[in-house]
Design a protein around this ligand. Structure first.
Ligand SMILES: [Zn+2]
Length: 191
């Protein structure tokens, strides 16, 4: 927690880290970007630093987030992509202007047109989502096995058998629940 706000769950994939800023969508939902400043914080730790954010820009961000979640969920379950979600992702991708630059250390960094342009940052996230949903990257889109979560995540494990969006939260909770269930049924507490 920082300033009483829920922590971020940061993964290695930008688009699904972003959809993870709302968790437990099917339980007691936790909003991790409840204020414009928290979106600024999230963008900063995600390599897309901006100076400021308005409530209208936060609304745009959340709309993009839920659209990515909807499209990624459809892709993970081999459903037809929802047209409205595709539209939002494309609009955000088209609206921003960001350029990849190479640092002297050989890393990629995103250069936004201006430090106040949340739209530029959102375009990078939208493009990242497009590359995953389009199946361009090595990995598998999947849904978290936790029934209260069902977050989309990008499985890059060798076996492609990852079950949870996050091992430290959903994975652990599931393990603990199984342990308690096993104990109360007199069964062996295992695995
Ligand atoms: Zn999960």
């Amino acid at each position: 927690m920082r300033d009483g706000f829920p922590d971020f769950r940061l993964g290695s994939v930008l688009a699904t880290s972003f959809t993870g800023t709302l968790s437990e969508r099917h339980g007691n939902a936790v909003e991790r970007i409840p204020t414009p400043q928290r979106l600024v914080d999230w963008l900063t730790v995600s390599g897309l630093a901006v100076d400021s954010c308005t409530t209208a820009q936060l609304d745009l961000a959340r709309e993009l987030r839920e659209s990515i979640h909807a499209a990624a969920t459809a892709a993970a379950t081999q459903d037809t992509l929802p047209a409205a979600a595709v539209q939002v992702i494309n609009d955000r991708s088209l609206q921003g202007r960001a350029a990849a630059v190479l640092t002297p250390e050989g890393r990629r960094r995103w250069h936004l047109r201006s430090a106040s342009s949340v739209e530029d940052a959102l375009s990078v996230i939208a493009a990242d989502a497009i590359s995953i949903i389009a199946g361009e990257r090595d990995g598998r889109l999947a849904l978290c096995a936790s029934p209260t979560c069902r977050a989309t995540f990008f499985d890059t494990s060798q076996s492609r058998t990852r079950k949870w969006c996050d091992m430290n939260t959903c994975g652990n909770r599931q393990k603990k629940a199984r342990f308690i269930a096993n104990r109360s049924s007199g069964g062996r507490a295992g695995s």
